[in-house]
Design a protein around this ligand. Structure first.
Ligand SMILES: Nc1ncnc2c1ncn2[C@@H]1O[C@H](COP(=O)(O)OP(=O)(O)OP(=O)(O)O)[C@@H](O)[C@H]1O
Ligand SMILES: Cc1cn([C@H]2C[C@H](O)[C@@H](CO)O2)c(=O)[nH]c1=O
Ligand SMILES: [Zn+2]
Length: 189
């Protein structure tokens, strides 16, 4: 369980990264933390890449239909413009952002903000995804979540893609992806 520090005193910022496979509960965990921020009467802004139009254009939505308002953006620098005078910045699907996203998070933290970033640590081939390894390197706190392997019921950390070739970016849901453990991810079917 993540116990957050409190923003007080000289307001030092920090970076939290929530990572894991698809269906591991990253968005749910991000929403849970942001709802606690609201309860504390702190101001938050939440961003997602505009290519991620899953379920809703203006909200981040978990596979369980849990949702919270967010702003879709194309360029990570936009976060610096839009996140002024806030206490907390939430970022979902960080693997899709451009290579400036770690610098942007660092700048927000330097300004005293709490930055909560969620994203896929690996793509469907098990390779580190986008800027996630760099975000993990600069994070103050890291949470790695796991889904359940749909084949054997053990812990899953791979987002297995039923179409096992093609471009890295292929938006989709259970129709295309399923969480698998590393052994079941080797199975050919
Ligand atoms: N095989 C599975 N293992 C675990 N949770 C599952 C599985 N299939 C469906 N779920 C549901 O998915 C929910 C997690 O959804 P959530 O959107 O938070 O995941 P996520 O890690 O953000 O996924 P994504 O990377 O696709 O955005 C769980 O609470 C559960 O209800
Ligand atoms: C694992 C993986 C997911 N995705 C997409 C599927 C979903 O729309 C999103 C994760 O929520 O990322 C890719 O584009 N490539 C990948 O390799
Ligand atoms: Zn398995």
């Amino acid at each position: 369980m993540f116990i957050e520090p409190i923003l007080k005193g000289d307001r030092r910022g920090w970076i939290e990264v929530i990572c894991g496979s698809m269906f591991s509960g990253k968005t749910e965990e991000l929403i849970r933390r942001l709802k606690r921020v609201e309860i504390a009467h702190l101001k938050a802004e939440i961003f997602k890449p505009s290519i991620d139009t899953r379920y809703d254009d203006q909200k981040i939505v978990s596979h369980d239909e849990n949702r919270i308002h967010s702003t879709p953006i194309d360029n990570s620098q936009t976060i610096l413009l839009l996140a002024q005078n806030v206490d907390v910045v939430g970022i979902d699907e960080a693997q899709f952002f451009d290579d400036q996203i770690p610098t942007v998070c660092e700048q927000l933290a330097l300004k005293g903000m709490r930055v909560i970033v969620a994203g896929l640590d690996m793509d469907y081939q098990g390779k580190p995804f986008g800027q996630m390894p760099n975000l993990l390197a600069i994070a103050d706190y890291i949470t790695k979540l796991h889904a359940i392997c749909v084949v054997c019921g053990n812990i899953a950390n791979v987002s297995y893609r039923k179409i096992n070739t093609g471009p890295r970016v292929l938006l989709g849901e259970k129709n295309i992806y399923e969480p698998r453990c590393r052994i079941c991810a080797q199975l050919k079917d």
